[in-house]
Design a protein around this ligand. Sequence first.
Ligand code: PMP
Ligand code: GLU
Length: 409
Amino acid sequence: MKLKEPTSNQSSMNKISDLVASLSPSQTLAMSQKSQELKAQGIDVINLSVGEPDFATPDHIKEAAKEAIDNNFSFYTPVPGYMSLRKAVSAKLSRENSLTYAPEQIVVGNGAKQALCNVILSLLNPGDEVVLPTPCWVSYVEMVKLARATVVEVPATIESDFKITPDQLRAAITPHTRALLICSPSNPTGSVYSRDELAALVKVLAEHPDIIVIADEIYEHIIFSGHFTSLGSFPEIADRTVIINGVSKAYAMTGWRIGYCAAPLWLAKAVSKLQSQYTSGASSIAQKAAEAAYNGSQECVEVMRRAFERRRDLVVDLASQIPGWKVNRPEGAFYLFPEVSSYFGKRDGDRVINNAGDLAMYLLDVAHVATVDGAAFCCPGYIRLSYATSDTNIVEALRRIKEALARLK
Ligand code: PMP
Ligand code: GLU
């Protein structure tokens, strides 16, 4: 169906708010949508753009959802989530992360995305600053924009394994700093801060008792060496740390849309108030499924982790053989973030590659492989590949990429 364009006298009626006009659409979702459109046209696109496990949700979790339907879990849910789920999350945080958050301090939302946005909107005023190590996930900057607050980027590069130093953190803090927002294991780099590295950052934070620490730990289980350390486990900052997490990545449940924040009580109450006017409690059936995920056997998490580790080895091996790419060895999540600037200024016929966005589009059009421009993660000069796909797809995608890049002169 062809949609009607607005006529000129309708244009002011059709004007969207300045706030929404100032937002960028999610580049990860946009690229994934584009590759699905190409697939629908019959083009054999390999989608390494969106970050989501390619596994089916484990059977015992699906069974719990079916039972919830049969048992008529069909009514509005409490705004912060079922108490049984919040108890399961509280027990999980204690068991796996040695954290003490009472169920009342946990607010379940529609994915970690909403949980994080709730926290940002509940915490920040215009003029407040959020210290943000970059590269960072696409939605962080836009969420801070929604709160009309300001991002202070702290850039890390491949040379420091995409991790910031305590000195960088100290230098970024001003009297306006309200929060630090940090993600480990990282989307888009896969880097993981060790306990010692986190301790060094905590030392700086201990000097600034008014800063709220927001730790996005959604990839905690997808880690390939060492042991995951939660930022909330440092006593110096425990009472002002907000944990963001959810079931999307660990249990292959991206579409179920269940995430949570675990926060100081005053903040959890504010988040709940916001959510009560905005979306209400999350889906009843998905919450019962999430409860089964946390209370049930954790074997499925380890099975998927092992698959991601094998794929990490494969993708690093193949990407390291691509001329001109600088590649790190990610210790977690399921992303590779190569530096690709050696291709800038090169051409294939009329097509010139000026930046990583051009390169991502070139790879989509010529190699039929969807990746994401590093600029979407506040890091131009890089592209992101999600390797949450089959070994066959990884091998074929990297073969095509190498072949397409070889045409650039
Ligand atoms: N944080 C990070 C770092 C992510 O990559 C994502 C995307 N899955 C989310 C939060 C949001 O996850 P979800 O809303 O699916 O729980
Ligand atoms: N977090 C995933 C990604 O980075 C899912 C897409 C999104 O929510 O932006 O690709």
